[in-house]
Design a protein. Structure first.
Ligand code: FES
Length: 107
C-alpha cells in the first residue's frame, strides 16, 4: 500500500477541513473527535467542494444544495447527494497526513 502526503496536521482543525488536490483528485481531510478522515471532495450531485460547506458534529453539508454526509463513513444522510462518498484510509506520519487511494465505500 503506498501512502501519499496530503497536508500537515496543523492544516486540519475540527470543523475546518483541509481541501486539496492529490494526484488529480480533490480530497477533503476532516478531524472528528481526534481522528482524521479523508473523503472525495466533489459532491456527487453536481459540482461543489464539500470541504467548503458547513461542518459540524461529524457531518458536512454541501454548500450548493445542502446534501449532508457523515464524515466518518462518507454516507449520504439526506438531500440530493445521490450516493455515498469514497472514503480513503488515513495515517499520520511525522506530522503529515497521508492517504492511500484504496477507497473504502459504505453500501
Ligand atoms: S452539489 Fe452538492 S447537493 Fe447539489
Amino acid at each position: 500500500m503506498s501512502w501519499i502526503g496530503v497536508c500537515d496536521v496543523a492544516q486540519v482543525q475540527e470543523d475546518f477541513p483541509f481541501s486539496g488536490s492529490v494526484e488529480g483528485k480533490e480530497i477533503g481531510v476532516y478531524l472528528v473527535d481526534g481522528e482524521y478522515f479523508a473523503l472525495e471532495d466533489v459532491c456527487p450531485h453536481a459540482y461543489a467542494l464539500l470541504s467548503q460547506g458547513f461542518v459540524e458534529d461529524g457531518k458536512v453539508e454541501c454548500p450548493l444544495h445542502e446534501a449532508v454526509f457523515d464524515v466518518r463513513t462518507g454516507t449520504c444522510l439526506h438531500g440530493p447527494g445521490g450516493r455515498n462518498l469514497n472514503r480513503y484510509p488515513v495515517r499520520v506520519f511525522e506530522n503529515q497526513i497521508q492517504i492511500t487511494f484504496i477507497p473504502e465505500t459504505v453500501e
